[in-house]
Write a protein that binds this ligand. Structure first.
Ligand code: ADP
Ligand code: DP6
Length: 329
């Protein structure tokens, strides 16, 4: 299985937006979640990563859009992925060069796409031929939400119950072709780095008495969300999308110390989209809205966004999963 000399592989992977959110862990080393989550892989937000690997000890390095990531920022994300591959392959080191196809500073989560692209590229460069399910478990170690970026379309991350995380993985529920009219209108509201990362923020859920209620809500309604997508029921899908976003942000507000990720523009948009009846919003740990609607209503959603003061807008379709672009194996 081992190779000789320098081997290179390049892969690209989608970012994803959670409809049913992951917020809270039962194991923080293995990124095992308290609840299952459901997401959509995005066509317009992608990361392209090239890895050069060589057997044996050495320093691994990561460059994102030309800038090196070092220290804890490296060790706690990509470093965990490299460790997982070493357990399967043996010792190696890698130089990783990653490019985002969207402005990295725009506050659009890129780590999920970046970690997924890295996992797929390393699998190729090391010649391991791991399945998508196995790759999702490795991506999960790097960053929980990244496991959902190892496939395209509509994706379920099963929380699993085992302590070793072997049953906590992702798979595609519907392909990207399932609901071709559906689009995500993404508003770029805040460019600043969030004060409290998702990783740190979600550790605070243990202080929220609302969390127990949220876990029950997720358990009961996740099948309804999936069913709304199965039936391509716009109204139902928008409704559950908004309820799940609100549920996560309610727990975030209820946790102590409190974190606030939404701002005045986010709240103005929430009100307008609820009134509109033509779309459903969702927010991750930041102020940027993802508003789902159908192609024929996208222009109206863009108008609403402009009205509340959002000027930078990206429209994405549901996208395919990762792809190996190049390999010299
Ligand atoms: P998010 O995208 O979730 O908002 P950040 O952009 O702050 O989070 O990224 C968190 C960490 O994820 C970074 O410190 C880095 O270690 C890792 N990361 C981000 N982008 C990539 C990438 N393209 N390749 C590998 N790791 C990445
Ligand atoms: C709000 O996946 O960034 O985007 O597992 O600690 O790396 P770690 O957390 P991360 O959290 C994502 C939180 C979220 C919701 C979601 O994507 O489900």
């Amino acid at each position: 299985m081992k190779g000789s000399g320098l081997r290179k592989a390049r892969a690209e992977a989608p970012s994803n937006i959670a409809i049913v959110k992951y917020w809270g862990k039962r194991n923080k080393e293995l990124n095992l979640p308290l609840n299952s989550s459901f997401s959509i892989s995005l066509e317009a937000l992608r990361v392209d990563t090239e890895v050069s690997v060589e057997d044996g000890p050495g320093t691994s390095r990561l460059f994102i859009d030309g800038e090196e990531v070092t220290g804890e920022e490296f060790e706690e994300y990509a470093g965990r992925v490299l460790e997982a591959f070493r357990r399967l392959y043996g010792d190696f080191h890698a130089v990783i060069r990653s490019k985002t196809n969207f402005p990295k500073s725009a506050g659009l989560a890129s780590s999920a796409a970046g970690i997924a692209a890295l996992v797929v590229a390393l699998n190729e460069a090391l010649g391991l031929s791991l399945s998508q399910i196995e790759l999702s478990k490795i991506a999960r170690l790097g960053s929980g939400s990244a496991c959902r970026s190892t496939t395209g379309g509509f994706v379920l991350w099963e929380k699993g119950t085992r302590d070793d995380g072997e049953d906590s993985f992702c798979y595609q529920v519907f392909p990207e072709t399932h609901w071709p009219e559906l689009v995500d209108v993404i508003g770029i509201v805040g460019r600043q780095k969030k004060k409290v990362s998702s990783r740190k923020g979600m550790l605070r859920v243990s202080s929220s008495p609302l969390m127990e209620c949220r876990l029950k809500f997720v358990e009961e309604t996740l099948p309804k969300v999936i069913d709304a997508v199965r039936r391509k029921d716009e109204g139902e899908f928008y409704y559950w999308t908004m309820r799940h976003s609100n549920s996560m942000h309610a727990v975030i507000l209820d946790s102590w110390p409190s974190t606030f990720y939404l701002n005045d523009i986010s709240f103005a948009l929430i009100e307008r989209i609820q009134e509109s009846g033509i779309a459903g919003y969702t927010f991750d740990a930041g102020p940027n809205p993802h508003v789902f609607t159908t192609e024929d209503e996208a222009e109206e959603v863009v108008r609403i966004m402009r009205e509340v003061g959002i000027t930078e807008i990206v429209i994405s379709r549901v996208g395919p999963g990762p792809k190996v672009l190049d390999s010299n194996r």
